[in-house]
Each structure stands twice: as structure tokens, then as C-alpha cells.
Design a protein around this ligand. Structure first.
Ligand code: ADP
Ligand code: MG
Length: 591
């Protein structure tokens, strides 16, 4: 094929592909334009997850009618003139690409008016082709209506995720921007309901509640740190509040939501040794640094940045977060020489207890401990059938234990035929509940118990739309949950196993960590749901248990198929073998 210049239509669709990936990208670009135009109030309406309609109405400065046609042209911007300005950008936009891109993959109508003109103007762009400008009466500001996104790029449409997921991406995006700009009024509606509305009074914590729910918002720790022209504000979660992925770690740099690996790493370092393996904090952090310190022109959707002095920014974020964290949640008070950093280890190291015995640390994690002798009665049971599966469960099982007591209201101490066992009561209880629930589930018989007074639970919007998709599953688990109004649910029954626990806690556990677009095999979902709820329902560290409760817990644990780990894979117990104790006390094989 001969070399030819691409037609402008094809070229702009290619360019659009970089900027406009999904409905949420349209919302982001339009929001940024409104913010750049100094809007005090921004109203966003979406229909069908943004695929049918995205409309953004603002009361910003507007576009003069003489410039409207230019605004939708590629590389047309009012925000940048000279190339050296590229390195001190103080607006969110500067590429002059967004409106042109959106116009080339949708049917877009812009209506705008500036203060010193009597009338506004309107322009329609369909698949990149602009209509004639018409004059219209309108208030000062700009309205952009984007209909039938990707109608002319069916391949893009196919790449979109479920409506629930696309919708969630928009909800989350708008809420985060609202949080970044608490002094502007945001309103997001889906044509029927108002999903989010902020007052513009500058109070970030109320907006945080819209994002995470009131309980979480209350617990979040506020950061306020300043140093040499840089400022870090916002919220980080205490160590007790974590998620199973990094998705809730968010940063805004100079008002722009960016995904920056080095900043998340800096933050995770601040949590070093304070979080369990595989757990991540939630953050909404806003970093302001002089514009010339950061290069924002490195990513088409402006989602990544480069710092002039990366180490300095890194260290600033890390120190500020650590300070805040320690001020609010001092490191648990256990003698470090003995306990090391027992269960609380770096979130970067996978599967390692960090158990740091001063000497002779040659004992493997109890999880994989195949040197454990099996108690005699268990042997007699399993010797009858010696399949590999049996052999494995035999290794995983634990001997009968004699309870000695509870320490720190957190660990049970027990003696076995072969030494000392320290059992993490929370992890152990999690395991016990999980196996009971899954066993009942396998029998298709989860005893459900009606609540005397049904519990009414209100969830943040995003969580409730997730929950709605999971309602049929919950039935299987003995929950009777019904929608009870916008974002509100009524729990009428819950599994008998959890009776006495707070049903709202269970409900929240079901949605809080839910991965976007999770659609593995059904039974994986179910096991995941079960693990999630059991975690919440299990006794906590720091909860004193009666001797009966301690004994019952140990007994139940002994009966488990996989007593050595909690459903999330962390150890339930540490075993100090007689052999090891003898060596530690220099009774045998002294070195
Ligand atoms: P950029 O934001 O990178 O300049 P866009 O394609 O997003 O490029 O917008 C082009 C121009 O149109 C902007 O530079 C701005 O002058 C104008 N514009 C776009 N949206 C708005 C708005 N909501 N209010 C006022 N002006 C706008
Ligand atoms: Mg823009």
C-alpha cells in the first residue's frame, strides 16, 4: 500500500482513542474544562452509564460565540500559547484535544455564553463533523451534551465493561473531584436520582462520607503538612481500616487526579510494618507543588506526571503520612525483642510472618509445617484410608490442644503433645465461621434466623449498586435483604451462625472490598463473600473471652479442615515445638 496521509476523520478517531477510553473519560475531560473555566457549580447528568447521555452544565466563564467553532477543533486551546509554558501549567487542560476527541466519537452539542454577550451560541458536532453555529438564549456558562458515545466506533463499545462498572467509574470519579474541589458545588444525577450533591462549603469530610460511608469517613485521619512551597492535605486511613487492593489509594497533584506509582510507594512505606500482608490503606491525598516542579505533559489523558525532584516529593509524602499515622495510632505495644513484628509486616513482602526470634529462627511457618506429629487418635482415623488428600489434611490438621489461657486479649495459649501453640483468636474464629458457613452452604442448608427488628442499612451509592447485583447470592447464604429506598436496605434475616452480631456490619463487609467486574466462577464468588462476612463477624483482637469461649474456639478450630490459616491465607497459629524450645534454652544442640 502506498503511504498516504490519514483522513482527518481517521486521525481524530485515533487521537480520540488515547483520550476517550470510556464514558468516565468524557466526564473527566468535561469536568476539568468546567473547573478551568472557574465554575462554582457543576451539574452532571448521565444516562445508561454515560453511553446514552453525559451532560455537564457549568456556570463558568463560557466560550465567546466567535470562538466556539475553534473550541471543538483539534489542538485548539485558550490555555497555552508558548511552548515554554508547557513546563509551568496551572490549568487542568492544555492539549486542546478533549472537545475535538469527544466530538469525533459521539453526537456532541455545546451551548455557551460569556458575560459580555447578550446571547449564547450552540454548535453540534456529529462524528467529527460540526454543524452551523446557531444563536440561543442562555445563561452565562457552558453546557456540553454528549449523546450516543462511540456510536460510530462499535469496537470501542465492545470494550466497555458492564453498565454497573462503567457507572461506578463515573460515580467514583465525580466524587473524587468533588473531594478535591470542596469549594465548588457538584451535582451528579442519573436522570432519576441524585447520586451526589455537595454544598461547596469547603468541608471535605462530608464528601468523604459520600465516597466511603459515614463510618469510614469518621475514622479517616486528616493530614495537613507544609514544607518549602509544597503542601499535602487530605485523608489517610488508620491502620485498622484497610482494603485488599490499592484501588483506594488516590492522589491529586495540583488539582489533577494522577496515578503515580512512586507516590503510592511512598505512602505504603509510611505504613511499613503497620499493615498485614496484602492489605492496603485508603487515601484521598492532595499534593500541591509549584507547577514548574512537575511535568504533566507525559500522558495523553494526563493521568501520569513526572517530578523534577522525585526524591524530594517522595520523602515529603512519606514523612507527612508516617507522622500523621503515628500521631493517631501508635505502634502496638508489644516487647519488640520478643515479638519482633509478628503479624504486622511490610505490605510489600508476600507471605512472610516476619516472626523475628532472636535466635534459632529456623522454624517454618506453621502453615507449611510438615514436621508436626499428628495426634494418635487422628492417625487412627486416617490410617484407614490413606489417599493423598487424606495425607494432606492430616498434615494440615492440628493435634488436640490443652488451653492454658488468653494473653493480651488477643492470643490463646495452648499446649499440644509437641509444644506450645499461640493462636490468633480473630484469625482462628474467622476460619471456624468460614468452614461452618461453607459446610452449611454445601449442604444447601444455611439456617437463617429472622431478626426481631429488621435492620435498616444505608450504604454509599457505589456500594449499594454493587449490593443490588449480589442480592440473589445473599439469599443462598441465609440473608434476607431487600431494597428499602434509595441506597437503603432492610436486613430481615441473617445466617443463624452470626446471630447476635450487627447485621449492618455484615452487609457492609459484603460490598466494601468488592472488585470491579468480579465474575469468576460462581463458587469462587460465594467463598469470597463468605470469607468476607466471616472476617467481620469473627471476634476481634483485644476482645476478652471467657474460658468457655476460649475452649470452644480451640475445639472448633481442631475440627476444621484447614485450621492453620484463616480464609484469607494468614496463619491462625504459631507453633513453638518442644524441640525448638529445648534448643532455645540450650538444653539440646546448643550452638
Ligand atoms: P483544553 O482544555 O486542553 O484547552 P479542550 O478541547 O478541552 O482543550 O477545550 C478547548 C477550549 O475550549 C478550552 O481551551 C477552553 O477555552 C474552551 N472550553 C472548553 N470547555 C469549556 C467550558 N466548560 N467553559 C469555558 N471554556 C471551555
Ligand atoms: Mg480540556
Amino acid at each position: 500500500m502506498p503511504i498516504r496521509l490519514l483522513s482527518s476523520e481517521v486521525a481524530s478517531q485515533i487521537a480520540a482513542g488515547e483520550v476517550i477510553e470510556r464514558p468516565a473519560s468524557v466526564v473527566k475531560e468535561l469536568l476539568e474544562n468546567s473547573l478551568d473555566a472557574g465554575a462554582r457549580s457543576i451539574t452532571i447528568t448521565i444516562e445508561e452509564a454515560g453511553k446514552k447521555l453525559i451532560e455537564v452544565v457549568d456556570d463558568g466563564s463560557g466560550i465567546p460565540s466567535a470562538e466556539l467553532e475553534l473550541a471543538v477543533a483539534r489542538h485548539a486551546t485558550s490555555k497555552l500559547i508558548r511552548s515554554d509554558e508547557l513546563f509551568s501549567i496551572s490549568t487542568l487542560g492544555f492539549r486542546g484535544e478533549a472537545l475535538a476527541s469527544i466530538g469525533s466519537v459521539s453526537r456532541m452539542t455545546i451551548t455557551s455564553r460569556v458575560q459580555n454577550e447578550q446571547e449564547g451560541a450552540r454548535l453540534r458536532v456529529e462524528g467529527g463533523a460540526a454543524s452551523k453555529l446557531t444563536k440561543v438564549g442562555t445563561t452565562v456558562g457552558t453546557t456540553v451534551r454528549v449523546e450516543d458515545l462511540f456510536y460510530n466506533v462499535p469496537a470501542r463499545l465492545k470494550f466497555l465493561k458492564s453498565d454497573v462498572t462503567e457507572r461506578r467509574a463515573i460515580d467514583v470519579l465525580v466524587t473524587r473531584y468533588a473531594l478535591a474541589y470542596p469549594d465548588r458545588r457538584f451535582k451528579l444525577s442519573d436522570g432519576k436520582n441524585i447520586v451526589l450533591q455537595t454544598s461547596g462549603d469547603g468541608d471535605r469530610r462530608t464528601i468523604l462520607a459520600a465516597l466511603y460511608g459515614v463510618d469510614v469517613a469518621k475514622q479517616m485521619l486528616e493530614i495537613m503538612s507544609e514544607e518549602e512551597g509544597s503542601r499535602l492535605t487530605g485523608f489517610i486511613s488508620p491502620t485498622s481500616l484497610t482494603r485488599s487492593n490499592r484501588r483506594e489509594i488516590t492522589f491529586f497533584i495540583n488539582g489533577r487526579w494522577v496515578h503515580d506509582v512512586s507516590l503510592s510507594t511512598a505512602l505504603l512505606q509510611a505504613y511499613h510494618t503497620l499493615l498485614m500482608v496484602g492489605r492496603y490503606p485508603l487515601t484521598a491525598l492532595f499534593l500541591e507543588i509549584p507547577p514548574e516542579e512537575v511535568d504533566v505533559n507525559v500522558h495523553p489523558a494526563k493521568a501520569e506526571v513526572r517530578f523534577r525532584n522525585q526524591d524530594k516529593v517522595f520523602s515529603f509524602v512519606q514523612r507527612s503520612s508516617r507522622k500523621t499515622l503515628l500521631a493517631y495510632s501508635p505502634i502496638p505495644n508489644v516487647a519488640p525483642s520478643l515479638w519482633g513484628t509478628t503479624r504486622i509486616v511490610s505490605s510489600e513482602q508476600p507471605r512472610h510472618t516476619g516472626l523475628d526470634w532472636a535466635i534459632g529462627h529456623d522454624e517454618q511457618l506453621p502453615v507449611s509445617s510438615d514436621r508436626l506429629p499428628v495426634s494418635s487418635d487422628q492417625l487412627s482415623v486416617s490410617s484407614q484410608e490413606s489417599s493423598i488428600a487424606n495425607r494432606q489434611s492430616e498434615i494440615a490438621s492440628i493435634p488436640l490442644l490443652r488451653l492454658i489461657g488468653q494473653i493480651g486479649a488477643t492470643y490463646l495459649v495452648a499446649e499440644g503433645p509437641d509444644g506450645l501453640y499461640l493462636v490468633d483468636q480473630h484469625a482462628a474464629h474467622e476460619r471456624v465461621l468460614f468452614e461452618k458457613l461453607m459446610a452449611q452452604h454445601a449442604m444447601k442448608n444455611i439456617p437463617s434466623q429472622s431478626l426481631l427488628t429488621p435492620a435498616v442499612v444505608t450504604l454509599p451509592h457505589q456500594s449499594s449498586s454493587l449490593l443490588i447485583t449480589q442480592l440473589p447470592l445473599l439469599q443462598h447464604f441465609g440473608f434476607d435483604v431487600e431494597e428499602f429506598g434509595p441506597n437503603t436496605f432492610q436486613v430481615r434475616a441473617m445466617p443463624a451462625l452470626f446471630l447476635g452480631s450487627d447485621p449492618s456490619v455484615a452487609l457492609r463487609a459484603l460490598v466494601e472490598d468488592f472488585e470491579e467486574d468480579e465474575s469468576p466462577l460462581q463458587n469462587e464468588i460465594e467463598a469470597k463473600l463468605a470469607a468476607r462476612v466471616c472476617k467481620r463477624m469473627a471476634v476481634k483482637a483485644g476482645q476478652a473471652l471467657s474460658s468457655e469461649e476460649q475452649r470452644a474456639l480451640l475445639h472448633d478450630l481442631e475440627a476444621c479442615d484447614s485450621p492453620r490459616t484463616c480464609p484469607h491465607g494468614r496463619p491462625t497459629m504459631i507453633h513453638l515445638s518442644v524441640d525448638m524450645l529445648e534448643r532455645q534454652f540450650g538444653r539440646r544442640g546448643a550452638r
